[in-house]
Design a protein around this ligand. Structure first.
Ligand code: MP5
Length: 192
């Protein structure tokens, strides 16, 4: 299945997503983004040239705005962002943070895969959602032209990589983690 076709994404688009599912997503995704910011910082260090480093370092500023948005919304909804993340979130975030140890091509591919997956999914939501949707700030965050341009810039960098089985494997793992993540926040996931 394409992550952009997942029932969570479809329900967010047609307005039938239960608020509890959105709340679960918010808490789990905040944990992911906190890890993502550290991952991005490691990639800034790993980038092979200044052009790539400029691109990656530039993404830190919108990421702060994104974290602020998560925190403001959590406060409004009375959600505890310090709650223990579920196993899927922890697994995906740990996979992300481990990727730089496998070098620039794998780490860049993981970054691109995660961003592209979110751009595609939230762009589907955007086609149906109204700007009056309670989730609009989040929808807009990952489906805006600015976010699309960032994903395109990453795609151009990925196109410079030599094909390799490691890069292919990393990309497929991201797609599978994205699907698992939507499953986990849609249904709810417990450790025990
Ligand atoms: C992203 C995300 C995009 N927030 N959550 C998941 C599960 N996948 C991808 O990352 P970012 O840092 O929000 O752009």
């Amino acid at each position: 299945m394409d992550p952009a076709d997942h029932p969570f994404v479809r329900a967010a688009a047609d307005g039938t997503l239960p608020p509890e599912a959105f709340d679960r997503w918010l808490v789990e995704d905040h944990h992911f983004v906190v890890g993502f910011r550290r991952f991005l910082a490691r990639l800034v260090e790993l980038a092979p040239d200044e052009a790539a480093r400029d691109l990656l370092a530039g993404a830190q500023v919108p990421l702060q705005a994104e974290l602020d948005l998560f925190r403001a919304e959590a406060e409004k909804r009375g959600l505890d962002l310090t709650a223990e993340p579920g196993p899927t979130t922890l697994g995906y975030t740990s996979f992300l943070l481990a990727a730089p140890a496998d070098g620039w091509p794998v780490a860049l591919t993981v970054l691109y895969g995660a961003e592209k997956a979110y751009f595609d999914a939230w762009s589907v939501v955007r086609t149906q959602a109204e700007a009056s949707s309670p989730y609009w700030s989040f929808i807009d965050n990952w489906s805006s032209p600015a976010f699309g341009a960032w994903v395109d810039d990453l795609a151009q960098l990925v196109a410079t990589l030599a094909p390799s089985p490691e890069v292919d494997r990393a990309f497929h793992r991201v797609v599978r983690f994205e699907l698992r993540f939507w499953d986990a926040v849609h249904r709810g996931e417990e450790w025990s």
